[in-house]
Write a protein that binds this ligand. Structure first.
Ligand SMILES: [Zn+2]
Ligand SMILES: [Zn+2]
Length: 249
């Protein structure tokens, strides 16, 4: 390990000790009196806004207004046999406050958010009965993005989730083509952009018949995780988890 890496690691350990994440509100950073994730002010009358709760699609975890069990988008993809993941779990709703907390996670001083966000995801996964995961993997970032940011936030979340669940982490995918910013694009355009931008890093036989948990930070339209799940389609099941779900497809 280079001396500079050692110093940075020491700085992280020191900051972890000085600022234990469990005592800070995820959304506003305010100190909490007890163990938890949010302060009272942030939560007050805003549970619906912050948490991804209520009647939701059984596959993509998006809120649905009618009584259907599966949203129209997933139904359409199922009928075209182009839905590659089994089920998605996102504890939070991608609302304004959650969005700024996730943006903070993507900047270097927001790394302390990895632990509480991962705990929220694991709590959500633990609510699910009969979920047997063989290994955890994550949505890859292009090396230029990682160089710019210093890390891939989905990988950091996956490492923490893997350790909390005591399930191995395997890096399975690589992003070898830098795609344009995806956030303002519709589903079809996203899929087109993503096609051929990623590849499988490991032998297909290693994922054969496995139950895989794929970690991302946000599920916006589901195009990214669906493309990843397609590359992992030799698996028995690909489950998806992320911090937050955007409520549009
Ligand atoms: Zn707060
Ligand atoms: Zn759906």
């Amino acid at each position: 390990m280079k001396i500079i890496e050692k110093i940075l690691k020491f700085k992280d350990l020191l900051l972890d000790g000085l600022y234990p994440d469990k005592f800070k509100c995820i959304l506003c950073g305010k100190d909490l009196n007890c163990d938890g994730f949010f302060c009272e002010q942030c939560l007050e009358n805003k549970e619906d806004e912050i948490f991804n709760i209520g009647h939701k699609c059984q596959i993509c975890d998006m809120k649905i207004k009618n009584d259907n069990k599966i949203c129209d988008h997933c139904k359409d993809k199922l009928s075209h046999k182009s839905l590659y993941f089994k089920k998605c779990f996102c504890p939070l709703n991608y609302s304004r406050k959650v969005r700024s907390a996730i943006l903070k996670l993507k900047s270097d001083n927001g790394k302390f958010l990895v632990k509480p966000f991962s705990k929220l995801i694991v709590n959500r996964l633990n609510d699910e009965k009969d979920l047997n995961i063989d290994f955890v993997t994550f949505v890859p970032s292009h090396k230029k993005t990682i160089k710019k940011r210093g890390y891939n936030q989905s990988k950091l979340l996956a490492e923490e989730i893997s350790s909390l669940l005591n399930i191995p982490l395997i890096e399975t995918l690589e992003k070898n083509v830098l795609t344009k910013t995806q956030k303002n694009l519709d589903y079809t355009t996203r899929q087109e952009n993503l096609r051929d931008s990623m590849r499988l890093l490991i032998d297909k036989n290693l994922i054969k018949d496995k139950n895989i948990l794929l970690v991302d930070d946000i599920v916006t339209t589901g195009a990214t995780v669906n493309t990843c799940a397609n590359l992992l389609s030799k698996a028995k099941n690909v489950y998806v988890c992320a911090i937050a779900r955007n409520q549009i497809n």
